[in-house]
Design a binder for this molecule. Structure first.
Ligand code: SF4
Ligand code: SF4
Length: 334
């Protein structure tokens, strides 16, 4: 009997999601025994044409990580959708835009100018920036080189193709991926749209500091991890650090909490939450205690980047969608 065929593709990715796959360590041998990997640009030399030549729906599962930022990503995810029975958004970037989705606060020109001209460590005397086409001399030949067009904004995967399942995390832990893979290969598939491999409870429910979290919180100040060191044995939120465990899906093993870092929300919203950042804002606002408006303003002003805190992984999927008006150029057509 032939083995299930699996594809891996990375869009705008930092490579961390691929690391989580490698972190399976010796379990990788079980994966290689259970499936045939038919496409995986980060590790294997397959080309786009190889995928084009596969019959439609012949790939059992495609795992796609990273957000859709380039025209090349858009072409590839549409192709993989056509060739795959199941498409899984792998990781926070693919599911909701992730950290690169914060760039949706700026247009493409602003992003390019910042990266290639304005960053203090950049020396770019001739103001050279990437172009879609350029000509160079190589060994006496005039060669035209091209780069894929940058889209107007970063898109989570389900804004451009139909997605069957989601695996959360930045990156997903190898345990979450392993759980998800076993669900997918079991033949007993959960309802479409399900989050695979993680729990349905909040991080707080599984946090080792849970017993130190008071039932009622009343904060008069917010602290930043950049300026102060938290105590090791007390709920971080109770100490005044913005820990998003109450509104974030658990299943990560409380990795950040165990390293004395507040949860930043990479496992995304709990079931039923329609806008992660909105829910996080509402929760934080509900535990701030103040008498005078000035006190509230002082607490608000103590955090320099509220969008980065509340929407660190979710801005591109938010109802707000960033500050840049969406153009008509990208449409969901599978
Ligand atoms: S989800 Fe996190 S680890 Fe994965 S590509 Fe995005 S930034 Fe990297
Ligand atoms: S708020 Fe954070 S530190 Fe406190 S119990 Fe929840 S996850 Fe743990």
């Amino acid at each position: 009997m032939s083995k299930p065929k699996v594809a891996w593709y990375w869009c705008a990715s930092c490579g961390g999601c691929e690391e989580s796959f490698v972190d399976l360590a010796e379990k990788l041998l079980d994966v290689f025994g259970a499936v045939d990997i038919v496409f995986c640009p980060v590790a294997m030399d397959y080309k786009k044409e190889d995928v084009e030549n596969m019959p439609d729906k012949s790939i059992t599962v495609s795992f796609i990580n990273g957000g859709v930022r380039l025209e090349e990503h858009l072409e590839m995810v549409k192709l993989l959708r056509r060739k795959s029975d199941i498409v899984v958004a792998y990781g926070a970037c693919s599911s909701w835009g992730g950290i690169p989705g914060l760039a949706n606060l700026y247009n493409v020109k602003e992003i390019i100018d910042r990266k290639y001209k304005e960053v203090p460590t950049v020396v770019n005397l001739n103001n050279i920036t990437p172009r879609e086409e350029t000509e160079v001399d190589i060994d006496g030949y005039r060669v035209k080189l091209s780069l894929p067009r940058v889209l107007d904004r970063l898109y989570p995967l389900d804004q451009v193709i139909d997605v069957d399942y989601y695996i959360p995390g930045c990156p997903p832990t190898s345990e979450v991926f392993w759980n998800a893979l076993n669900i997918l290969l079991s033949g007993e598939l959960p309802p479409k749209g399900s989050i695979l491999g993680a729990g349905s409870k909040s991080l707080c429910d599984t946090c080792p500091l849970n017993e130190t979290k008071p039932d009622k919180l009343e904060l008069t100040e917010l602290k930043r991890i950049a300026n102060t060191i938290p105590k090791l044995d007390e709920c971080l939120l109770a100490q005044g650090y913005i820990c998003l465990g109450p509104v974030t899906r658990g299943g990560c093993g409380a990795l950040c909490i165990n390293a004395n870092m507040p949860c930043t929300g990479c496992f995304g919203p709990l079931d039923g939450i329609i806008d992660y950042g909105g829910k996080a804002a509402s929760y934080i606002a509900s535990i701030i205690s103040y008498d005078e408006l000035e006190e509230l303003e002082k607490v608000y002003d103590s955090i320099p980047d509220w969008v980065g805190i509340l929407y660190k992984y979710y801005l591109a999927a938010s109802k707000l969608g960033g500050r840049i008006r969406r153009k008509k150029e990208v449409v969901k057509d599978g």
